[in-house]
Design a binder for this molecule. Structure first.
Ligand code: AVI
Length: 315
């Protein structure tokens, strides 16, 4: 077996011992977790993917019309989704730069896009995009269009989300644009169904974290002693995923002991939902001005085109 990721071990051991036990959501995405997430995106209850895809199909032409020529599209994430080709077909960019921390994902999706867009220069960057990073020299002179679909921003608490948006602005530079997908607040029953589907795929996605801990960190967590819970936290305007102990349970991870009383939970993910003004305020806090927003008939999801604002004096 490959040696365990020290960052995974540190996050799990510290997170399980915390007064409010929590494990960062990024650890949900091992190979199995990523497969389960792909399955989630096809569920009837999970509206974000199909709503955003339909918005891109409908409005990518309008987005392209608001841009100049010869843009380099910089995607924050590997671009493995069906959404990337929709934007690329409309924008006709001079180059495409996917950025992802997973080299394997990056290479696979870059190869697939090379086959679909034969003449398009593709320059993958294997890096963590949570901080400012250097873009490939080949696109230095091109105007930049960032692309961050999926409302992945919603998985970050607002302070971290603003840090990321600011880092994106620093990476892309003054005058750049950003197309970002943001999920909207809506009827709580719709949200709860999307994060606790009838087929149990989201439950399997959440519980897979415990299996991963057992497999990679020498854990003996009785997975059947936990259940998936999706909760709407109105104060924070977010869906929370938790793993709730069904009975008193004790286990070890990497030789360290833990005990959870029945009903205690491990918080595993936040998915923030934004009102019309919330998304604008968050973008503005990071130096992005909103040029235009497109939403669906039910106003369940938004695509926003924003522009990096120059620093200005303000009263
Ligand atoms: C990746 N991210 C935007 C998804 C979301 O909707 O927050 C992750 C997810 N978690 C459960 N279902 C989907």
């Amino acid at each position: 077996m490959a040696s365990p990721d020290p960052a995974f071990r540190a996050d799990v051991l510290a997170g399980l011992a915390a007064p409010t036990p929590a494990v960062p959501a990024r650890w949900l995405y091992d190979r199995r977790g990523s497969e389960l997430f792909e399955e989630i995106t096809r569920l009837p209850e999970y509206y974000p993917t199909r709503t955003e895809t339909a918005l891109l199909e409908r409005y990518s032409g309008e987005i392209a019309a608001m841009l100049g020529k010869g843009e380099a599209v910089v995607e924050f994430g590997s671009g493995s989704s069906a959404k990337t080709p929709i934007l690329l077909r409309a924008v006709h960019p001079a180059a495409y730069v996917p950025i992802d921390i997973s080299g394997d994902f990056l290479r696979d999706s870059a190869d697939a896009l090379r086959a679909e867009f034969p003449g398009l220069p593709i320059h993958p960057v294997e890096a963590d995009f949570m901080g400012r990073l250097d873009l490939p020299p080949e696109i230095a002179a091109a105007p930049k269009l960032g692309f961050f679909p999926g409302s992945t921003i919603g998985n970050l608490v607002p302070r971290t989300a603003v840090d990321l948006l600011r880092a994106m602005k620093e990476t892309l530079g003054e005058g750049s644009r950003l197309v970002i997908g943001m999920d909207r607040t809506k009827d709580v029953d719709v949200l709860l169904a999307a994060y606790d589907d009838a087929a149990g795929v989201t439950a399997a996605f959440n519980l897979n974290l415990l299996r991963r801990i057992n497999a990679e960190l020498e854990g003996d967590i009785p997975v059947d002693a936990f259940r998936h819970r999706a909760i709407w936290n109105d104060e924070m305007s977010r869906i929370e995923m938790h793993l709730e102990a069904l009975r008193d349970v004790a286990f070890t991870v990497s030789g360290q002991g833990f005990a959870f009383a029945a009903g205690a939970t491990i918080h595993t993910e936040n998915s923030h939902k934004y009102g019309h003004r919330d998304s604008r305020l968050m973008l503005r806090a990071a130096g992005w001005g909103v040029l235009r927003e497109w939403t669906d008939e039910k106003q369940w999801f938004s695509i926003i085109l924003a522009e990096a604002e120059p620093p200005r004096f303000a009263p």
